[in-house]
Design a protein around this ligand. Structure first.
Ligand code: BG6
Ligand code: MG
Length: 180
């Protein structure tokens, strides 16, 4: 193995936004009187907002929603989520995360983010981590989210490396499947 680049997932790896995703989905689920818990939330790790909504709606037994309705529900969740992100500050990231990223860069490795989220850059800005990464591949530049490998293939391309030269750091099963 000749690893030259590391591609980090964001939510649940670099930052604890996985908790905010849970709280935001829970708020939507409670409003719609849908059962939702941490186990269901774990199934949403790594997958897109709309795919997550479909999983949440598995426990909804009312009328079916149109695509337009679903887009509104996904927007509602994102509004809750972004209001939670407002609280994010640089001290939400431990010194250990910063020093580890800095050390990896010192060793000559290229670092990228490979995240399904469309909020990735906002989060990295808020915690002042954007400058640690050579490339960002996120929900804004992909057609298919994890477990499809697109987000990581694009991250490797942005680093000007082959996928064989990159390793992925992930918390989600969908992300591990995508990396493999
Ligand atoms: C991933 C999260 O990083 O981003 C998923 O693990 C989330 O839970 C996905 O659904 C999309 O995020 P966003 O911020 O675009 O709604
Ligand atoms: Mg994650």
């Amino acid at each position: 193995m000749n690893i030259k680049g590391l591609i980090f997932d964001l939510d649940g790896v670099i930052v604890h936004t996985d908790q905010y995703h849970y709280q935001a989905w829970k708020k939507l689920a409670d409003r719609l009187e849908i059962y939702f818990d941490e186990d269901i939330n774990n199934r949403l790790r790594g997958i897109s907002r709309m795919e997550s909504l479909d999983i949440l709606l598995e426990n909804y037994h009312g009328n079916t929603f149109s695509l337009q309705d679903k887009e509104k529900l996904a927007d509602e969740k994102n509004t809750y989520y972004r209001s939670l992100l407002e609280n994010m500050m640089p001290d939400h990231v431990s010194d250990e995360v910063r020093s580890t990223l800095a050390e990896l860069r010192n060793r000559g490795l290229k670092l990228a983010i490979g995240s399904s989220s469309k909020n990735a850059k906002l989060i990295l800005n808020k915690v002042e981590l954007l400058s640690y990464f050579d490339a960002i591949s996120d929900g804004t530049n992909i057609t298919y989210s994890k477990p499809n490998p697109e987000v990581f293939i694009k991250a490797a391309q942005y680093l000007s490396l082959s996928t064989e030269e990159c390793a992925v750091i992930e918390d989600a099963n969908a992300g591990i499947d995508a990396a493999k």
